[in-house]
Design a protein around this ligand. Structure first.
Ligand SMILES: Nc1ncnc2c1ncn2[C@@H]1O[C@H](COP(=O)(O)OP(=O)(O)OP(=O)(O)O)[C@@H](O)[C@H]1O
Length: 246
């Protein structure tokens, strides 16, 4: 087992994952994510983006291959150790907002901090700050069912950022937002990540979203593809320049 390069906070080698019904999702994906980097995982629907994020975060173990977080091999960890790592070091944003219905907005936002052992008072203060940054600071006492879908998603983003995770996994985080909201929320997310040194792995099929990242790894049918841009050619015969994905 060879340890990953020192400057990669997250590193995966030859990941394979097949779902229980036999659907292949990852077929030998290898990548490294540098400390503080915002990495977009691109690709069309069904290309394996969600599965890759789930394997990298230790939510599900890959059937073959290696995942390393800093110098720790995630692929050899048991379920409890992976759960603790996710609680203490990682954040997660789903495409569909999932909040605890019995808790109000600030309690939902403060929950990951309190699970890490932060006092209720400090967790509440941090939650309030992040809710304000995401323009939902006036909704703190409401329950999830009293919010619009877009507001619920902002709360989920505040909840993921509040503990300043080492790595934030964001799976199509702006999917439930209107186009007008999207840019603002994404900017808040990426600015917060950069100012707090949070590494972000962002799954998206949207080129505009991917453009906010430092780098994009495109997936296709569970494999990383490399985009090769050909040099511009003289368009003497009316042909357009093109790029190839290999
Ligand atoms: N629970 C499941 N059971 C069986 N097959 C699944 C399951 N979840 C995903 N798949 C299949 O695994 C492959 C990869 O899916 P995945 O959700 O990782 O892709 P994705 O790029 O995130 O797609 P999307 O953008 O639509 O979420 C697809 O062929 C998908 O149909």
């Amino acid at each position: 087992m060879v340890a990953p390069p020192d400057n990669d906070v997250l590193w995966a080698r030859a990941l394979h994952f097949t779902h229980n019904d036999g659907s292949p999702a990852l077929s030998g994906v290898s990548l490294g994510v540098r400390q503080g980097e915002i990495l977009a995982v691109g690709g069309p629907s069904g290309s394996g983006k969600t599965t890759l994020l789930r394997c990298l975060s230790g939510l599900v173990p890959a059937q073959r291959g290696e995942v390393w977080f800093n110098s720790t091999p995630v692929h050899t960890m048991g379920p409890l150790a992976r759960e603790r790592m996710r609680r203490d070091r990682f954040g997660w944003i789903d495409p569909v907002p999932a909040l605890v219905p019995e808790l109000n907005v600030w309690e939902n936002t403060a929950l990951p901090l309190m699970l890490r052992g932060t006092s209720r008072r400090r967790a509440r203060t941090a939650a309030q700050e992040w809710l304000e940054r995401l323009d939902v600071g006036e909704l703190t006492r409401r329950r999830p069912h009293q919010l619009r879908q877009a507001e619920r998603q902002r709360v989920c983003i505040a909840r993921a950022l509040a503990p300043a995770p080492t790595v934030l996994f964001a799976d199509e985080p702006t999917a439930p937002l209107h186009r007008a909201d999207r840019a603002h929320v994404l900017r808040t997310l990426t600015t917060a990540a950069r100012s707090h040194g949070i590494t972000v792995v962002l799954a998206t099929h949207d080129a505009e979203t991917a453009a906010l990242a430092d780098r994009t790894v495109p997936l296709l049918d569970g494999r990383c593809v490399r985009t090769v841009h050909l040099p511009p050619v003289q368009d003497t015969e009316g042909r357009a320049a093109c790029s190839l994905s290999v």
